[in-house]
Design a protein around this ligand. Structure first.
Ligand SMILES: [Mg+2]
Length: 119
């Protein structure tokens, strides 16, 4: 089971994601409200996995991904996408995103993405 940091500016999304992850036995070590907060909490909490929303204020998911993967290449990152973000997904692949999950969240998609990453 993985230690996970949830980075999303939507309180509702964070809550839904936390519930899905915890019910599956994963440990949510923290939540962050934008990319900058997420990067700082990576440093502080050293999660094995980060879920990174793409659309966020201050520092968006793509910018945060670049910083996190540069500073902490061992941390796995799953990007959270919404409809119409295909070009952002291409960018995210370029910067080392490990997988993608889509909003609205589906437990099965999220859990199988995590399983795929950690074997
Ligand atoms: Mg958002």
């Amino acid at each position: 089971m993985a230690s996970i940091l949830i980075v999303d500016d939507s309180r509702t999304s964070r809550k839904i994601l936390r519930t899905i992850l915890e019910e599956a036995g994963h440990t949510v070590v923290g939540e962050a409200v934008n990319g900058d907060d997420g990067f700082k909490k990576c440093k502080e909490l050293k999660p094995e996995l980060v879920t990174l929303d793409i659309t966020m204020p201050v520092l968006d998911g793509i910018e945060a991904l670049q910083i996190i993967k540069t500073r902490y290449p061992e941390i796995k990152v799953i990007m959270v996408t919404a409809a119409g973000q295909n070009s952002k997904m291409v960018e995210a692949v370029k910067y080392g995103a490990d997988d993608f999950i889509a909003k609205p969240f589906e437990a099965e998609q999220i859990l199988s993405a995590i399983k795929k990453i950690f074997g």
